[in-house]
Every structure is written in C-alpha cells, then in structure tokens.
Design a binder for this molecule. Structure first.
Ligand SMILES: [Zn+2]
Length: 504
C-alpha cells in the first residue's frame, strides 16, 4: 500500500483534539522515524509498537518507515497513540485493509506482548472525537465503560492488537461488553449526624449557600472533619456540563474507578498536610496530572490541620483559587486545568491541640503566636467564614433535639444560591465571589445603620477593611437563606459574631 492514515486523539489538559497518524513505508534500510513533535514517551512508543506487532503474529515491514502525527503544531503526550501507530504502519506496509476505521478514532497503549492497555483521559478523548463528528471509537477494554459515558458515538473495545487486526480482516469482532447497571451512588454523609454543634452546622450551611471559603478553628472533638465531609452533600448537584468536566478531570488523573458513571455530586478532596505542591496543584511528566485542587473542581478542597501544610504548598493554591484554573508551565508549553474549588480549612487553635481548647492550652505564647501567624496571610484573605468552634460537650449530645437532615438544608441552600445568581448576574455566580468594589456599588451598598456593627468594630481596631467586606458577603448569604431581599442589621451582627477570635 505504501501509505495509510488512522485517526486518534491528543489531549491538552482536559481538552481533546482529533489527530491523524500517517505512515509511509518505502524501500530502504529497515528503520522507523516518528515525527510530529513527539515527546519522550512517543520515542519509547517505537520500540513498544514494534514488539507488540511481532508478538501479535503480524509482519513488521522490513523497510524504511516514517510515521507522522498531524497537525504538527499540536503537542502530543502519552502513550494513547500506540494502537493507531501500529495499525497505520501495518496498513502502509502490508495488505491490512483499514476501510472499517474510516469513521473511527483508535485509542490505546500497547504492551510488548500485544495487549491493548488502558490510558488516562479516555472520557475527554472520546468526547473530542464525538464533537468532531467522528462516529466510532476503538478503546482499550478496561476503558470501555468510561468511553460509553460519551453520547453520539459508537464505542467498541479491544483487549489486544491482534483483535483489531482480525477485525479489519473481517475474521474477528471487536468487544461489546454488556453495560453493567451503575452501582447506586452512596447516600451523602448526613448533617444530622453532627449533634450538639449548632454553630458548625450553621457555618456549613452558610458556606454552601454563599460558596464561601471557610476556615474552622477548634480543638479535637469539635467536629471539624465531620462538618467538612458533609459540605458536598449540602451543595447543589453538578449540572451536565459540570459533571462532564469533573469526570474528565478524574479521567485524566486516572482516579476514576472502573464502572463509574458521571460524577454528579460535588467532589471532595482531602489531601494530607504532607502533600507536595504537585499533588495539590498538579504536575508530573508527559500528560501532567491534575492536582487535588482540580480534582475538587466544582466541589470542595478540604485541608485538615492546615497550619501543618508547608508554606509553599498553601501559597501555590492562591493563584488557582483566584483564577479558577491551574496553569502548569512545562518545558513543552502550558497545561491548563479547571480549578474552581471551594476551600475548607480546619486547624487546632494551637500546636498542643488539647481537647479542652484554649482554656487548657499549655503552649508558650511565642509558640502560639508563631502557629497562628501561619493561619493568616494572602490565602486567608480569601476566606469569608473564619470561625472558632467549641468542643461538643456530652450534655449537648444527650439533650440534642432532632436536627435537620442534609436534604432539608440542601433545599434552603439551593433557593439561596438561585437568589444570589439572579442578583449578581452576569458578573459572578455566588456571594463568595463578589468583589469588594461590587459590594460597595450604589445598587448594593448597605445603609449605614445596617453596617453599624461593622463600622464600630473597625473603629475599635477589631476588624480590618478586608474583614469588613467578608462580613458583608456573609450577611448577604444570611439574608438569602432567610428569603429576604437585602441584609438587615441582625444579619450583619450574626456575620460579625461568627468571626473567629483566633484569627482576625
Ligand atoms: Zn496549646
């Protein structure tokens, strides 16, 4: 044949682009040149593809082979082109007919033994093919469930290169495994489990309704972790666009469990305080992996023991939180991942972490001050809700009345979110994202008597200008939850009372 082409998909972050793998086989000394901006993994692909072809019982052309990936300007990472390269070479160098792939993309890495191995990012790759009008995708067997989440494209799977070759000769079928019914999503952790922590429950409801970043300070046993873990259940479920975005990010990270469906509940990521900067914001060679902040996109990033995180790690989160995306600069260019996550910070008020809290603290004041200095700075400026939580006393547990379940709170949150969206449209979508200038715009500025508790606190040096704006944002959320048009003095007072004594 001499020349053949097969289509595949290249990924940049979570955005896919259909590419063409073309192969030319010409007389000359046996060689294989791969061009079209290949990265290191593509060079390794040469040896992998050759071995896989041999071990599939096919004949590797003993001629001069040139493989080119088009368009040349598109950066191509990873090992997902192996199967397409092998098929293109075989079609160019032998009589392998590839008419059945005319409307297809071929995705998959090859093992030396000829198996077709799963790759990261199948969902965004197949989605890109579908959007480009491609009607058929051949994917690794282990990726088939994920690929089928994409509408308007026929998906078939291959377990080995030999099967694709057999399919093209008409002697074998591609695999079409039965769709397993998705396992029902586990019910979210319920806020009703958090007994005797009224203030904490209120804070979670406010955080959810206003999309405010939140920091909770309190001794062990105050229920900080329990509260944080229940925030996703209170948040509105992801819409179609958000669900595909979230699932695509987990697909590229390789954290999607086999057989999983679209992610519909706001995701929760809780990296340990020893997590590296790369684990938090993303990184790695080849197709860079999204970090925790991107895996928490449209959901919650929970940093427990946040004072224990390295300064550099917290600092690295600041820019993504402001811009809603992560830009990973690498030798071959930039990878961008969405990163619109809601931050939940939790910390003990001091390093000794006595269950009794401040009353029983044994830390020298120097140590206390140094510790608390770590809980301030530019990142904390973005956190509207900064609250102290007291330990839950056993009496409160025994006397606790039936508390509202997550479903009831989530209903109120939804209504409050809608009110905020209607008010701030089209600029921002939640109270937590409203810039200070907009809060002071004549249309939204609160009258003097309403903000008096705040101006008085400022005059006494107990509130900064930034703290003032944060309290006003929270007051809007309190009013939204109550179904009122505008905040009143009582809302502003509650916002001020919620503020932490630990951090100003
Ligand atoms: Zn202490």
């Amino acid at each position: 044949m001499g020349y053949a082409m097969v289509r595949s998909v290249a990924l940049h972050g979570v955005v896919g682009e259909v590419i063409v793998v073309e192969a030319d086989v010409a007389p000359g000394l046996p060689s294989l040149v791969v061009s079209g901006l290949p990265d290191a993994a593509l060079s390794e692909a040469r040896d992998r593809v050759r071995a896989a072809v041999h071990n599939s019982g096919a004949y590797w052309p003993q001629q001069r082979i040139t493989v080119n990936l088009l368009p040349a300007h598109v950066r191509k990472h990873g090992s997902g082109f192996d199967a397409a390269v092998a098929i293109a070479v075989l079609a160019a160098g032998s009589d392998l007919p590839i008419g059945r792939l005319a409307d297809a993309v071929v995705l998959g890495e090859l093992g030396l033994d000829g198996t077709v191995r799963p790759v990261r990012g199948i969902l965004p790759a197949v989605l890109a093919a579908s959007r480009a009008g491609v009607g058929f995708a051949v994917v690794p067997l282990a990726n088939v469930t994920e690929a089928r989440l994409v509408p308007d494209i026929e998906v078939r799977a291959a377990d080995c290169l030999g099967r694709i070759i057999g399919y093209l000769y008409g002697s074998e079928h591609l695999l079409d495994p039965a769709v397993k019914p998705p396992s029902p999503e586990a019910a979210p952790l319920d806020l009703a489990d958090v007994l005797g922590q009224e203030r904490g429950r209120r804070v979670i409801e406010l955080a959810a309704a206003g999309r405010h970043h939140v920091a909770m300070f309190g001794p062990p046993g105050a229920g900080k972790t329990m509260l944080a873990e229940r925030l996703p259940g209170v948040l509105p479920p992801l819409n179609d666009h958000e669900a595909i975005e979230a699932t695509a990010l987990h697909s590229v990270a390789g954290t999607l469990s086999p057989g999983s469906t679209l992610i519909r509940r706001a995701p929760l990521q809780a990296p340990h305080h020893t997590a590296s900067v790369a684990a938090l914001v993303g990184g790695g060679s080849g197709l860079a992996k999204p970090g925790a902040i991107s895996l928490a996109h449209n959901g919650v990033l929970f940093l427990d023991e946040c004072a224990e995180f390295a300064n550099g790690a917290l600092e690295a989160l600041r820019q993504p939180l402001e811009e809603g995306e992560v830009r990973l600069r690498r030798a071959y260019g930039e990878t961008v991942y969405p990163a619109r996550a809601q931050l939940v910070l939790a910390a003990n008020p001091c390093p000794c972490a006595k269950p009794g809290g401040q009353q029983t603290c044994e830390c020298p004041s120097m140590v206390r001050r140094r510790y608390q200095a770590r809980l301030s700075g530019p990142l904390m400026d973005r956190v509207d809700l900064q609250v102290d939580l007291d330990p839950v006393r056993s009496a409160a547990l025994i006397n606790a009345e039936a508390v509202e379940p997550t479903a009831v709170v989530a209903g109120r949150v939804r209504a409050a979110r809608d009110a905020a969206i209607a008010r701030w449209a089209p600029h921002v979508g939640s109270n937590g994202e409203v810039p200070g200038s907009m809060l002071r715009h004549h249309r939204f500025r609160l009258p003097k008597p309403v903000v008096r508790p705040l101006t008085e606190a400022m005059d006494r040096g107990r509130l900064s200008a930034r703290g003032f704006d944060r309290a006003v944002r929270v007051a809007w959320t309190i009013a939204d939850l109550d179904g009122r048009e505008r905040p009143e003095a009582g809302d502003v007072r509650e916002a001020l009372e919620l503020r932490s004594r630990t951090v100003r």
